[in-house]
Structure formats: C-alpha cells, structure tokens
Ligand binder design. Sequence first.
Ligand code: HEM
Length: 455
Amino acid sequence: MSQRTYTWAQIEEINKKSLDASNKATQKPLLMTHGSNVIDISEFRSVHPGGQVIETWIGKDIQDVFKALHHPNTAKMLPKYTVGKLTGPSVFDKNTAGFVEECRKLSADFERRGLFKASLLYYAFKVSFNLSIWASSMYLLTKYPKNPAVVFLAGWLTAIFWQQSGWLAHDFLHNQVFSNRKTSRLFGYFVGNVWQGFSVAWWNNKHLAHHAVPNIHTEDPDIDTFPVLAWSDHALSLFSDLPDDVASRFFIKYQKWYFFPVLALARISWAAQSLFYSVPLLNGFFWGQTSQQIKFNVHNHTYETIGLVLHYLWYFGVMAAYLDWTMALLYLITSQAGCGLLLAGVFALNHNGMPIYSHDEAKEMDFFSLQVLTGRDVEPNLFNNWFTGGLNYQIEHHMFPTLPRHNFHHVQPAVAKLCKKYGVTYHTTGFVEGTFEVLKRLDDVSQAARKLHKA
Ligand code: HEM
C-alpha cells in the first residue's frame, strides 16, 4: 500500500489545526518526523512511558532526541505510528544539516571505538570511595557526638556523600553504566533513594524532560523557578502578568543577593518533592495527580517507598541514637544546607546564564545545536571532574547522555572542533568565572524587571 506523502509546510499546517482544538481528545493528528518517516503521536502521547515530554517535539524531527533518550530496541515501535513519508527538505535542512550529519558521524565513531561502554572497575571504585565518605561521616558522628566542630565536619561529609551519590544516581539512570534498563534502575533506587533520599521516578521525569528541551522557556522544568529566581527576559512576561504582586517584585529585584541562600534550601525542597511525588498518599494530597497518573508516572512504588524509608531510618536513626537535640540540629542544618549548595551550585553552572529560547525560537533548532548552545562546560581538572561528577563536560553529556563520564575527555576535543567548524558557539569557562556569569544573568534580569516596573 502506498503511503501518504507530506511536505514540511503541510505538517506544520496540520499540527496547527490539531493544536487549535481545545479538547485534547480531538487534537488529531499530531505529527513529527523521524528522518523521512512521518509519525502521528496523537493516540500514543497519553500512554508514552516517558510522559508528556513527547509533546514538546511535535512538529520537529525526533531522530536525535529519540536516540539520546531511548533504548535502541524502542525504535522497533516507530513503524506502528508511521503514517507517511516526508517529501522535500525537513525544517532543519536549510540551517544545520551539515552539523547534524557530522554529529551523527561522531556518535557512530565513538560507538565504534567502544567509548559508550562503561568501565565497571571505575564505577566500583566510585561507589566504594563514596561509601568511605559516608563511613567517615558516621564514624566521626558516633565517636565524638558532643563535639560541635566534629559534628559540623560530619555534616559536611554527609553533604559531600549526598552530592556524589547524586552524580552516581545520575549516571546509573542515564544508563551510562549498564545498558539493561532494569539493572540501571535498581542501582538508581539504591544510590538515589536509599543513599541520597531522592525519588528515582521524580528525578527521572524531571531530568529527562530537561534533556529533551534544555533552557526552553515553559518547557524545561529546571528553569521553572519563577518567582523565586527568573533566568531570562522570557520570564519577565510572567512578571508583567503580575503587576500588583509585591512578593514577586521583591524577589526578582534582589535575586542575585539571595541566590546562595536559596541554593542552601534546594536539597530540602528536592527531598520534599521526592516524597510528595513517589508516595501515593502524599502525591494525591500535595501534587494533585490522580491515582491513575501516579500509577503511570511512578515506575515501582514498592522500591521507591522502601528506599526512602531506609534513607530516613539511617539519617534520623543515627541522630536519635547518638546526638542530643542541639548537636542533631547542627548536623541536620549542615548536611542539608551543605548538600543544597554543593548540588545546586553545580546545576546552576551547567545551564544558567546561557541562552534561553521560547518554544517558537527553538522550533527550527536541531537537537545537537540546542544542547551545545544552552550548555556551559567548566574547565576539566582533577578537582572539577570529581566535584561536578563529570558534569563539567555538560555539552558532551547533553549531546551523548549515555556516554560514561570517564570517557568525556576522549570526545571533548572532537566536539569542540566540530562546533568551531560550523560556527556553533561552544562555551567553556572556569568554575569561578562561570559562577559570576550566573550571578550576572540574575542581575541583568533584575535590571530589566526594574525598568519594566517603572514603565
Ligand atoms: C513515537 C515516538 C516515541 C515512541 C514510540 C516512544 C516510546 C518510548 C518507550 C517505549 C519508552 C520506555 C522505554 C525506553 O526508555 O526506551 C520511552 C521512554 C521515554 N521517552 Fe519516548 N517515545 C517516543 C518519542 C519520544 C520523544 C519525542 C521524546 C522526547 C521529546 C521521548 C522521551 C522519552 C523519555 C524521556 C523516556 C524515559 C526514558 C527513561 O526513563 O530512561 N520519547 N519512550
């Protein structure tokens, strides 16, 4: 049977008509392309295992985002949703076809060289080293429970342990270590839920959506921090919608001054969000998802719940058994605030202060250009690589999310060279300079908000 053919202009027109329908059930068809195949996701989007993020790529070519975020076998499902063939150029051809083609060749070359294969020895060392940080913290706490300086130090060691657990869970859940998804998740539950106290389901849904649409206003959950922090002029459109909101006016004007105190609260906020998201009773109450949605979004309630219970048992158990309430408070504040600063300080460096695009601005951007333009690399050295869990190679990580962190330094020169060849801005900076760039962006947005307020 011959398939229907579509030009890019037809795809855009069809999608526009469908999306104009107010009722979601009647928004049909919703088209995207995978190379020359045209795919309709209108039936599939509500049961997509990766969630609603699939909708952010309607009207785009999904070849590269699909490869980055799925198991290779998932491609076998695509024919089921294919409704026709694309004739003529795709939206990207006129802009960055050469760059995209060479990025794909690079990926194939890395694969041939075995760079996507993790060294289990490296990860065994990382896990053991991290465990030794936790053991040191627990030893100090239980041996000198009345000494405030030692309890303070133990709090910081716990903060470092949590930060490093965050990087490890990140690698497992990006399937960098094991290609088997079940094994990756199991390690994710252990390191993420039990050690770190974060929910795998909450983190996965948020983080992978960020990977699909980094720094895209209203789509990337990581920059959805308004009114506490506003990252771009786009966010000011939300600000001007709230002309009489005294609190958001105050927040936005002084944001560079309270940036670090906010980071110190980040871990508490993430731990609370994890609980609200993964524990069905709390989710229904605080997050407002229906039991059907919870069932769908939280992959394994039993593992999530057991993991979090074990986490709080060890954390509060050691405080209850060894510390009086003043020392317990000191340990609690140091570990929570310390970890917030250590984790969020690195997150901010990864993308904050880099360009932010609206959905329309990003419409014609290919996957690779979007990842490069919105990411910031931080100069590699022994400390930066360890402290950031390899995320200082943010651009390379976003282009190839399943690449194990110990191989980033092998691929970085080729990526930088390719970006230079095609004039795609590739930004690398030092740790301190990067932090100042973040603060400068906060200040720029504050200044713009002040002008808007006066106008
Ligand atoms: C017709 C197109 C698509 C199909 C058939 C499809 C199918 C699937 C399937 C079967 C899974 C679970 C197995 C796996 O992880 O590979 C999945 C997960 C996922 N998908 Fe898709 N998908 C499609 C398009 C997309 C698009 C366009 C995006 C991004 C914009 C996306 C983002 C995700 C994410 C983030 C996950 C979660 C992966 C994880 O937990 O490791 N998918 N998808």
